[in-house]
Design a protein around this ligand. Sequence first.
Ligand code: TYD
Ligand code: MG
Length: 453
Amino acid sequence: MAKSRTVFFCNNCGYESAKWIGKCPSCNQWNSFVEEVIDKTKETASVWSDEGIIKEPVPIHSIEHTEENRIPCPNKELDRVLGGGIVSGSLVLIGGEPGIGKSTLMLQLALQLTQKVLYVSGEESEQQIKLRANRLEHTHSDTTYIISETSIEKVFNHIKQLKPEVLIVDSIQTLASSRIESVPGSISQVRQCAGELMQYAKTTQTPVFLVGHITKDGSLAGPKVLEHMVDTVLQFEGDPNMVYRILRTTKNRFGSTSELGIYEMQSGGLREVKNPSEILISQRDVGVSGVTIGATMEGNRPLLIEIQALVSGAAYGTPQRSSTGFDSRRLNMLLAVLEKRTGLKMGVQDVFLNMAGGIKVDDPAIDLAICVAVLSSLHDLPVDEKTCFASEIGLGGELRAVNRIENRILEAEKLGFTTIYISKYSKGIDAAKYKINIKSFGLLKQVFGDLFG
Ligand code: TYD
Ligand code: MG
């Protein structure tokens, strides 16, 4: 019988310990240790053997510098978040809540690539994947190979035979190595399988995509070590009830982390959204109060977003505050500023706030648009539909400058807005350069006065 030993892993950061401890010495998390059994006899053997490659240290000056070899990605939004193409030998992790569309995105990528792709699924059978593929546009289905498999050893056998140019694993939590006794999805299994896949990616220069599940609190399931191991971490997010999906980079060794891709989930799969602002603000009735447009930035991309506020007298005691797509604590702060600095009686009002399209916004530049939407709804005064806003609000009711104001102004101008309200503390703006009317103010009160008299 194989000798096995028991070890304890921190669920949060993957710290390993011989005995159970209450508080992780590495990440200070309490009660995060779980017991796992590791088969000692086979632990050191690697499945993806180096196949006789013997490496020696080389002087750094003798290493030839070559640009990373990138496979152009036909999926333009994905291409953008990856930093321009799929880098050879890179390990990319895609995380997201169940049902958000990770499998769809990966299958679509497999079908779009002209390269030979092996799609390993531990969650669905070949028939189920075929059913899904039938809904998608398949341009290169002859180069897409599917296998439903959960054993990493068997996966490597298939890889050796097929020699794919791109590997997709859906999901890393369903893979298991027979050399470890713990169940699939446990920390040691995830770490082991990801480690072997990394070795495979680096030795053969094959790009590998890993789909990863997300835990209840929104972090990638399995330990943080997974995030350390891979080259790129992408987050796929959005409200599953809404059609828009956002692909975000949270780590990228081969590009910027401030990139963003937007998709729309349709009956035929994910469609790339090339000009998100137009969609987010298209369905608008003129002359409705409580609706404003905020000029935000998502990564490097300016995005104009519609904000809807509904303010109505609180009928039953404690007023209700509810916000979708925006931090409710920040909303409370803005309401307090409105009460204190502009004299609005917010304490007796219910306030509901909604960001159009199910987008989550954490750019403070949206503050001004929110305050104006609240006031507009409170007094039932519509805001001109060709006006937008870009400023943070301070606790003193002052307008604060925001980053990349020029990009925001340009985007607003491009989309046909005629007026933009910004902070007068914004630096280096040459108003004569733009066709759009730029109104700069120092205080929230002054903006209200200018808008509504
Ligand atoms: P899926 O890719 O299975 O999500 P994940 O792998 O992240 O769990 O996405 C499933 C959802 O997408 C499901 O609710 C159905 C929907 N969907 C469409 O709307 N259109 C399509 O063409 C496909 C394939 C799925
Ligand atoms: Mg899936």
